[in-house]
Design a protein around this ligand. Structure first.
Ligand SMILES: C[S@@+](CC[C@H](N)C(=O)[O-])C[C@H]1O[C@@H](n2cnc3c(N)ncnc32)[C@H](O)[C@@H]1O
Length: 217
């Protein structure tokens, strides 16, 4: 196998990538400043732009997001199409309130259903079918059983041809030597995705790694 050792994304390369990003509007720029100042783990503009691109390419209309935080990634997903709708789950009431305000300010509030509930609990009772499921809370699960359940429930909710995406799929490199629960969760998710013959998948080493999979028709 040809190796590309040494082509890690250095801060200089990250600045270069940044220079290629389309400028964001004032509200998105404010959101970026706020999540950085408050240590909110949002996807950032590289992955945000990728989410928009994937959702638009897949023609996604009904989407599910696990982990809203302050609504930054939700905004990218919803901007993929004026017909796109998003159910997004957030346990933290303060973050959920902030996300509601942010999405309303961006004119996206009417297309977002923000549910303040545990993601797994919600998925257990959900009967909707989605074109795209974005899991952005892999780090938070307390056990491998929860990761397995989240994977299988997400797969049940996905329509054939739909996308299953997860952020932090490299977990700052900890996947090579997973010690904490968060890293173990990510390793397990990546394995479940890679081994599932119903999925075509890839892991994009953008920022902290993005797992992208498509359920075969
Ligand atoms: C990585 S952040 C989401 C960032 C957001 N997707 C973005 O990029 O703007 C994960 C969020 O999931 C929430 N969360 C953690 N465990 C949860 C659970 N079991 N159910 C619902 N939300 C949860 C956390 O409060 C946190 O705000």
């Amino acid at each position: 196998m040809t190796r590309l050792a040494g082509v890690a994304v250095t801060p200089d390369l990250e600045d270069y990538l940044d220079s290629l990003l389309a400028p964001r509007d004032a509200v998105m720029t404010r959101l970026e400043q706020e999540y950085e100042a408050n240590n909110v783990p949002a996807v950032g503009p590289f992955v945000g732009a990728l989410l928009l691109l994937l959702a638009r390419t897949a023609g996604a209309r009904r989407m599910l997001e696990l982990g809203t935080a302050t609504g930054y990634s939700a905004a990218w997903l919803l901007r993929s199409s004026e017909e796109a709708r998003l159910v997004t789950l957030e346990l933290d009431p303060a973050r959920a309130a902030e996300a509601r305000r942010n999405l309303a300010e961006l004119g996206l509030g009417s297309r977002a259903e923000l549910v303040e509930r545990d993601a797994l609990e919600y998925l257990r009772g959900d009967r909707e079918t989605y074109d795209l499921v974005f899991n952005d809370l892999l780090n938070s699960f307390g056990s491998e059983a929860a990761v397995r359940e989240c994977f299988s429930l997400s797969m049940e909710r996905l329509r054939p041809g739909g996308l299953l995406i997860a952020d932090n799929a490299l977990r700052r490199g900890e996947v090579l030597n997973p010690k904490g629960q968060g890293a173990k969760n990510v390793v397990l998710w990546n394995r479940l995705v890679a081994d599932d013959r119903r999925l075509d998948s890839s892991l994009i080493p953008l920022r902290d790694g993005v797992s992208v999979a498509r359920l075969r028709d």
